[in-house]
Design a protein around this ligand. Structure first.
Ligand code: DLL
Length: 434
């Protein structure tokens, strides 16, 4: 554990710390950011109205379009001379959303990232290969600063050039791999094909996140690569990676609650939901000075788990992200999350974890087609085997979703591989609308 004093602190002390920091952050946002002041004024609220943690629920939400409307630096609470770094991610229009960090915020980030990387017991003896993209994306530099903070040897290779990733992993003795789960799969595939013996790698753990993946995909990567794979979560608007990460119990992601307060809300009504109930995740940062956010609606759907964790950490856990309230597909009136389809596909043998979901509209009727790669041996096998598999996938997806889908089995390597976040869904209905 990187910071046992904080990571195992009593809930009571944690709540006390949260309240003090929340009050400071609300005052900072009100004083320094005209947008927050206006929202507070409209709601008839003053920073002093936050007297307990329950008062958080009275504050207005912040949404992605607020960031767009104040592009690029309008929501910064510190002058540019105090901002030492900016990062950005895609917005709802052509312009990205931009966030800024003071020197202190970078230190906070390196702290929460050290906790994240420490989840797999990383020490200064480890060699950490950072294969997340470096640049405006927060993945590369986030993991980089965290690993350096621990004192591990960092290999800042960034994403791409998969053969070279494997060569350096072997030559440098990388023990921890950091990248998106879809890229981890791609690396695994190239590694298995290379015929390089597993013993020549020292790899023991992977920190995979930045996109949704399933437990089934975890097992697949773990078995093929013979490592522990944990899920790490974060978003640019809050800080980047380092918001929440799984410990080796692999039963939910601990949220760094001394820096970020989570809430789950009903995405329709905005009402706060209790632990155990799925809804939209909302975050309030309570230590950031450059870019504080109050009640930021992530659009990610998950639930909070407040039961104690076997690892001894006291910070609350969130379940794996189940989907997004905005990229949930509605097919013939039925809500469909790509993760539901992924889980079915990965539970079936002879299929590879590479798939694509294609949504279209034929004569006003939505169609859902799932492309899935099958194993080489099966593809060479007789047609009957393929037909049986197609039917099985069709039936299982239908029983989970309650709607029928068209299944298309494709040859290995047909679906484009990703070196960053994978694109799993093509919704042609959007193209029609434009
Ligand atoms: O993806 C930060 C990050 C980098 C997280 C590296 C983990 C590792 P953004 O590009 O702003 O930031 O995208 C944030 O990605 O709201 C989720 O929808 C999704 N996401 C991130 N982590 C996970 C995860 C980074 N573990 C958006 N599971 C978030 C599912 C994830 N979705």
């Amino acid at each position: 554990m990187w910071n046992p004093a904080i990571e195992t602190m009593s809930r009571e002390n944690l709540r006390e710390l949260q309240l003090k920091r929340l009050q400071e952050t609300v005052a900072l946002a009100y004083d320094k950011v005209p947008h927050y002041r206006e929202k507070f004024d409209q709601a008839g609220l003053k920073p002093q109205d936050v007297k307990s943690l329950d008062d958080l629920a009275r504050l207005p939400f912040t949404v992605k379009t607020d960031l767009r409307d104040h592009y690029p630096f309008g929501l910064f609470a510190a002058p540019l001379k105090d901002i030492v770094r900016v990062h950005a991610s895609s917005g709802t229009t052509g312009k990205p959303i931009v966030v800024g960090y003071t020197r202190g915020d970078i230190a906070t980030w390196a702290e929460v990232m050290a906790r994240t990387i420490g989840m797999v017991n990383t020490t200064s003896e480890d060699v950490v290969q950072v294969a997340y993209g470096y640049g405006l994306f927060t993945g590369g530099l986030g993991l980089h600063y965290g690993a350096e903070n621990i004192g591990a040897t960092v290999v800042p290779i960034s994403g791409g050039n998969t053969k070279r990733q494997i060569m350096l992993m072997q030559d440098f003795g990388s023990t921890v791999l950091c990248c998106t789960p879809s890229y981890a799969l791609f690396i695994t595939e190239v590694f298995l094909e290379s015929g390089i013996p597993r013993e020549s790698l020292k790899l023991r753990a992977g920190l995979f996140g930045a996109e949704p993946w399933s437990d089934a995909m975890r097992r697949d990567i773990e078995e093929k690569l013979k490592i522990d794979a944990v899920d790490i979560y974060g978003l640019t608007e809050v800080i980047g990676p380092g918001v929440a990460s799984e410990c080796l119990c692999k039963e939910g992601l601990h949220i760094c609650e001394d820096h970020f307060i989570p809430e789950i809300i009903d995405p329709e009504t905005g009402a706060v939901l209790p632990p155990g109930k799925p809804g939209e995740l909302v975050f309030t940062t309570i230590t950031k000075k450059g870019f504080p956010v109050l009640r930021y609606r992530t659009r990610d759907i998950t639930l909070l788990m407040d039961e104690p964790c076997a690892c001894g950490r006291t910070h609350i856990r969130m379940a794996r992200v189940m989907g997004r309230s905005d990229d949930m597909l509605i097919i013939r009136g039925v809500n469909v999350f790509p993760s539901q389809i992924e889980s079915v596909l990965l539970s079936i043998s002879h299929t590879e974890p590479h798939y694509l979901i294609v949504v279209d509209r034929e004569k006003a009727l939505d169609t859902l087609e799932v492309w899935i790669e099958v194993s080489e041996e099966l593809f060479r096998d007789e047609v009957r085997g393929l037909e049986q598999l197609e039917r099985r996938i069709h039936d299982e997806i239908e029983s989970v979703l309650g709607i029928s889908v068209k299944v298309k089995l494709v040859e290995p390597k047909t679906i484009q591989r990703s070196e960053g976040k994978a694109k799993r869904v093509i919704d042609k209905r959007d193209l029609v609308k434009q």
